[in-house]
Design a binder for this molecule. Structure first.
Ligand code: PMP
Length: 407
């Protein structure tokens, strides 16, 4: 018999546990700064107006059916995804050096990349993958699940609540040649702290000298700054320098397609390689895909593709992105301003220096606990607050709560 009795109880996912605790809380004042999903000023999920339009177009299409997509996904989706992240005039795309396959949002793209690396990157003696400390918690599981060894590089300085650039660079420099370095393309989760363009250039210098392999997690393009090109700068810089690299691309945040699981995984062959390399990689990705999911889900990719391939809708999408990123940037400014006005102990410039969905507040685990018990304000115990949970009606209350727990 299958020894199910030997299967240990796994702990609850901390983030989804937090969500459940928030739901159970009956206080009218409760504020959810936990899960990283955009909320509008009424604390409601927001269907992007451009997504509604694409949805209407699809629903009114008499030829729409529910057949399987090809193994590699919707071709017009993957080609538009390449252009979006690498730039429409990308030399790598023109050279045929990019192999792209539709995957299950960002998580599935990371997983497919992990699987691919484990199978083909020195399988007898696989390299370690270096994760930032801290990083999105799921990275640890995604890479250990395929038996890759994890290593870590410092990222966050608790003193400045900014980037520990010296520590990061030192650890990367010390990594053995061939190591994989996982990088957040923009809007680092959980810290909201990104390298500057000058710092990215230095990171690329070291990685080039040391022969390290970049794997970019791109979960927030356009959502971070509101500018798609700006948020893609780091990836495009590495590609322009001729690196061989991987990208996991998610459409959860920038299209608000969280549950539709639209994403794309890309392999870029080095500038010195030919299209043949990318095409062999594509053939192996298709084999992996077939055994994992056979073929990817269609609807989210159709929505994204409808927008990405239509000039007018694309322009409208950019406005929707500005609405989301603009609201978050505005909330950061308001929270910081309120805390500074109250004279809340400490400095609060990091709230506006950080970017994207999250602010790494610097609050201790104890303070986070107090926030939850006394004030019904929920954030993860490492002090990460989802800025999307703030709105014009609760930001003063949150500032009051933070002020109380840090005093
Ligand atoms: N990477 C990072 C850094 C993330 O923050 C997220 C979403 N929380 C993801 C990947 C993947 O998200 P999804 O699978 O929903 O696209």
């Amino acid at each position: 018999a299958f020894p199910a009795s030997t299967v240990p109880q796994a702990p609850e996912d901390p983030l989804f546990g937090l969500m459940a605790a928030y739901k159970r809380d009956t206080s009218e004042k409760k504020v959810d700064l936990g899960i990283g999903a955009y909320r509008d000023d009424n604390a409601k999920p927001w269907v992007l107006p451009v997504v509604k339009k694409a949805d209407d177009i699809l629903r009114n299409d008499p030829n729409l059916n529910h057949e399987y997509l090809p193994i590699a996904g919707l071709p017009e989706f993957t080609s538009a995804s390449q252009k979006l992240i690498f730039g429409s005039d990308s030399q790598a795309i023109k050279d045929g050096r990019v192999a792209s396959i539709q995957a299950i949002s960002g998580t599935g793209s990371l997983h497919l990349g992990a699987l691919f690396l484990r199978k083909f990157y020195n399988p007898a003696n696989p390299p370690s993958i270096y994760l930032s400390n801290p990083t999105w918690a799921n990275h640890h599981q995604i890479f250990t699940n395929v038996s890759l060894q994890l290593a870590h590089y410092p990222y966050f300085s608790p003193q400045t609540r900014g980037l520990d650039f010296t520590g990061m660079l030192a650890a990367i420099s010390a990594a053995p040649t061939g190591s994989i370095i996982l990088l957040h393309a923009c809007a680092h989760n959980p810290t909201g702290v990104d390298p500057t363009q000058a710092q990215w250039t230095q990171i690329a210098d070291v990685m080039e000298q040391k022969g390290l392999f970049p794997f970019f997690d791109n979960a927030y393009q356009g959502f971070a700054s509101g500018d798609l090109d700006r948020d893609a700068w780091a990836i495009r810089h590495f590609v322009a320098r001729g690196f061989e690299l991987l990208v996991a691309q998610s459409y959860a945040k920038n299209f608000g397609l969280y549950g539709e699981r639209a994403g794309c995984f890309h392999y870029v062959a080095p500038a010195t390689a030919s299209a043949a390399d990318a095409s062999r990689v594509a053939s192996q990705l298709a084999i992996l895909q077939r055994s994992e999911i056979s073929n990817p889900p269609a609807y989210g990719a159709r929505i994204a593709s409808t927008v990405l391939n239509n000039g007018a809708l694309f322009a409208e999408w950019k406005e929707n992105l500005t609405t989301m990123s603009g609201r978050l940037i505005g909330m950061r400014a308001e929270l910081r301003g309120l805390l500074e006005k109250k004279g809340t102990p400490g400095t609060w410039n990091h709230v506006t220096d950080q970017i994207g969905m999250f602010s790494f507040t610097g609050l201790s685990e104890k303070q986070v606990g107090l926030l939850r018990e006394k004030w019904h304000v929920y954030m993860t115990k490492n002090g990460r607050a989802s800025v999307a949970g703030l709105n014009s009606r609760n930001v003063e209350y949150v500032a009051e709560a933070i002020d109380d727990v840090v005093r």
